[in-house]
Design a protein around this ligand. Sequence first.
Ligand code: DX5
Ligand code: ZN
Length: 221
Amino acid sequence: MQQKTRIAPSILAADFACLGEEVRAITAAGADYVHVDVMDGHFVPNITIGPNIVAALRGHSKLVFDVHLMISPVDPFIPDFIKAGADIVTLHPEAGPHIHRSLQLIKSLGAKAGIALNPATPTDVINHVMEDLDLILVMSVNPGFGGQAFIPAALDKIRDLRGRIDAGGRHIDLQVDGGINFETAPQAVAAGADVLVAGTATFTGGREAYAKNIQRLRGGS
Ligand code: DX5
Ligand code: ZN
């Protein structure tokens, strides 16, 4: 069943010169998850955050740390991110040869496991690992950068996955990531998403605007 809408600000759009303060600010502003985009310059054409930064930020918020790994290979780094404080670890099926093994590794270390589907990745990839998933992330942009335009075909994918999750009867977060703003957020929620990742749309207008931005993304005025 679709849960109430939760907002996961992507700190990729935060001020990197004061990330701790930014994480405290979104926490105070009512965010639900802290979404951390990890990029390696190899799986995606950008380099961002490593486990040391996750560990440094951990003390700044009690919110769920939702760590989105866009790195390959992925397995060698999973333990480091969980040790650093990741509550959810999401990986891309293209990032390693044995996705079932990677998901088991995440769970064996006490974190929740997610799988991220690129715009061209078919939903069938989850068919035989549904039981192992706590989160499915639908990429509504190609991974690598914030501030890109929402790809409308993601909505069909969200609808398809909402049907499968509900048919399975187990709660799995259905997350959408990329190009979420005040216009696309309600579309994604109507299609069945219950966690919205939003970088640019959260971190816009200065810190005093974060609470209002989050509230609007969640569907309030
Ligand atoms: C893209 C990242 C997204 C991105 C979202 O690779 O996974 O989380 O930062 O940024 P916005 O909300 O600006 O599209
Ligand atoms: Zn992300």
